[in-house]
Design a protein around this ligand. Structure first.
Ligand SMILES: Nc1nc2c(ncn2[C@@H]2O[C@H](COP(=O)(O)OP(=O)(O)OP(=O)(O)O)[C@@H](O)[C@H]2O)c(=O)[nH]1
Ligand SMILES: [Zn+2]
Length: 193
């Protein structure tokens, strides 16, 4: 984020503080606008990268087994209220032609789609869409469970409610047993390894 963008955020945060009845010059708040600007730069950092490029592919002959990376934590900001929503993403794909992706790149992809104002459905679909584009796999499954602060600390005030979304592409769409295996391995399998 540029210095100019940071300065704009600082000015806006100062205005918000004043508008809600605070004194932005009191000791506890003087540095707050700059802190918020730095926090936004971090939380919305993927807006600066138009495409996800941070991945590596490998080719392993004959590997056609489903790969599952379960329970990846994520934090994002809902685009309706700019309040946090956070939870876990589980991802699986079935390789074609032995093409596999570096494992750490899947959590990096989750961060990439999360670090912007968005909604849970977009995180779910964008992880699947990127993997589809990068790997051309036989199938992709993404399941997301999250808590939304806009439903907990305001509005309907339903503390602890969990929103679940999922998308299934390719083989996961047609093969019910594969979907069940994904859910079992992602949500319950070998959590304590
Ligand atoms: N589908 C979806 N909705 C979301 C997500 N995050 C927040 N929302 C919803 O966005 C909606 C915005 O509705 P509005 O009626 O415009 O906003 P509001 O008056 O603040 O609504 P309440 O939260 O019901 O008080 C709310 O129903 C939120 O629960 C998300 O990730 N996905
Ligand atoms: Zn919201």
């Amino acid at each position: 984020m540029t210095d100019e963008q940071q300065a704009t955020i600082e000015g806006a945060v100062r205005q918000i503080l004043t508008a809600v009845g605070e004194d932005p010059d009191r000791a506890g708040l003087v540095e707050t606008p700059a802190r918020v600007a730095r926090a936004y730069a971090e939380m919305f950092s993927s807006l600066e990268q138009p495409t996800f490029k941070d991945y590596k592919l490998f080719h392993e002959e004959d590997n056609a087994d489903m790969v599952v990376v379960g329970q990846i934590p994520f934090y994002s900001m809902c685009e309706h209220h700019l309040l946090p929503f956070f939870g876990r993403v589980s991802v699986a794909y079935v390789p074609t032609n032995g093409t596999i992706i570096g494992l750490s790149k899947i959590p990096r992809l989750v961060d990439y789609v999360s670090r912007r104002p968005t909604v849970q459905e977009n995180i779910t679909n964008q992880v699947a869409a990127e993997l589809e584009k990068i790997l051309k796999p036989a199938g992709v499954a993404v399941s997301v469970a999250a808590r939304h602060m806009c439903m907990e600390m305001r509005g309907v005030n339903k503390t602890g409610s969990v929103t679940q979304t999922a998308t299934y592409w390719g083989e996961f769409k047609t093969n019910n047993a594969l979907r069940q295996e994904f859910l079992m391995r992602a949500e319950h399998g070998n959590i304590n390894v």
